[in-house]
Design a protein around this ligand. Structure first.
Ligand code: ADP
Ligand code: MG
Length: 283
């Protein structure tokens, strides 16, 4: 298939796909993605049920960000099919994609309020001026993530945790039912992480389906319904005790991961000194 960025029809107020009754929230079948000659994802297949919270784990370069982008419809797969409620992702307004913080130009002169309002524009099309209802939804979303007092700030003035909460507010304003978050917890201190995890608890009550990439295997095991262990291919997908097995972890991380047996599970500790204490997938 043609490479390059897609322009999601829904963003421009084009036709929104209806949710097909009985369809999985997310179905990924045989998805392969290449960057030139480099194979980033190979024949990845899995399905996700409504309201599940999934942690995507794996070493640097495993394809976590690529997987989230392909589900968001930002890049098309070279092979395979992604379906959200039975249709292609770029026809959906119900998907919210929260990019890795490093992928955003934080100098862009725009306020928190404007970014969150973009969630409403995404829902109703760019060419319709905001209505009273849109403003109410934006204010409610800002309140949920405790960002009302920051609404008029430029995005460059925010802390890492506030940046993440702003994007979550945008997703809430959009009334997304599938939320894709690329390492929202990386680089945050523990209180800021807890704040995001509490918001995830709220999303759970609202039956919003969440896929989140993370480096923290312990947190993934404790807080998420299922773990998806990735290293270009899908190594394992299931509950923590099914995925955090020494053989599977070794396959994903290689010998550089130290495995510490605990009472109820194996704890994986990276021996690497660099990056996020992670091993890098060999190219
Ligand atoms: P992760 O998020 O797990 O660290 P990525 O999805 O970012 O992994 O990357 C998977 C692989 O694809 C890596 O080897 C990375 O270097 C490569 N890659 C990612 N984005 C690009 C790109 N735009 N062009 C070329 N290679 C890329
Ligand atoms: Mg990444």
């Amino acid at each position: 298939m043609r490479r390059g960025k897609r322009r999601p029809a829904a963003f421009f107020g084009g036709p929104h796909a209806l949710h097909r009754p009985g369809a999985d929230v997310l179905s990924v079948q045989g998805v392969t993605v290449r960057y030139g000659p480099h194979l980033a994802l190979e024949a990845v297949s899995f399905t996700v049920r409504r309201g599940e919270q999934i942690a995507i784990v794996g070493p640097n370069g495993a394809g976590k960000s690529t997987l989230l982008k392909v589900i968001a419809g930002v890049i098309p797969p070279d092979e395979g099919v992604v379906q959200v409620y039975g249709d292609e992702p770029d026809r959906h307004v119900c998907i919210a994609y929260v990019p890795q913080r490093s992928a955003v130009d934080w100098r862009f002169p725009i306020t928190v309020y404007d970014v969150v309002m973009m969630g409403r524009l995404r829902k109703h099309g760019l060419f319709r001026p905001p209505r009273h209802e849109d403003r109410l939804k934006v204010e409610a979303a800002l309140a949920t993530v405790d960002m009302v007092s920051m609404a008029r700030r430029q995005i460059g003035q925010l802390s890492g945790g506030q940046q993440q909460r702003m994007f979550i507010a945008r997703a809430l304003a959009q009334e997304a039912s599938l939320m894709l978050m690329d390492e929202p917890l990386t680089g945050l201190d523990l209180p800021a992480q807890e704040q995001i995890l509490r918001i995830l608890d709220e999303l759970r009550k609202a039956e919003v389906t969440v896929l989140l990439s993370t480096h923290d295997l312990e947190q993934a095991a404790d807080r998420f319904d299922r773990l998806l262990l990735l290293r270009r291919r899908l190594i394992a997908f299931g509950r923590a005790e099914e995925v955090l097995r020494p053989d599977l972890l070794l396959e994903a991380y290689g010998g550089r991961l130290r495995l510490v047996p605990m009472a109820d599970r194996v704890l994986a500790v990276a021996d690497s000194c660099c990056g996020h204490g992670e091993t890098e997938v060999d190219r």
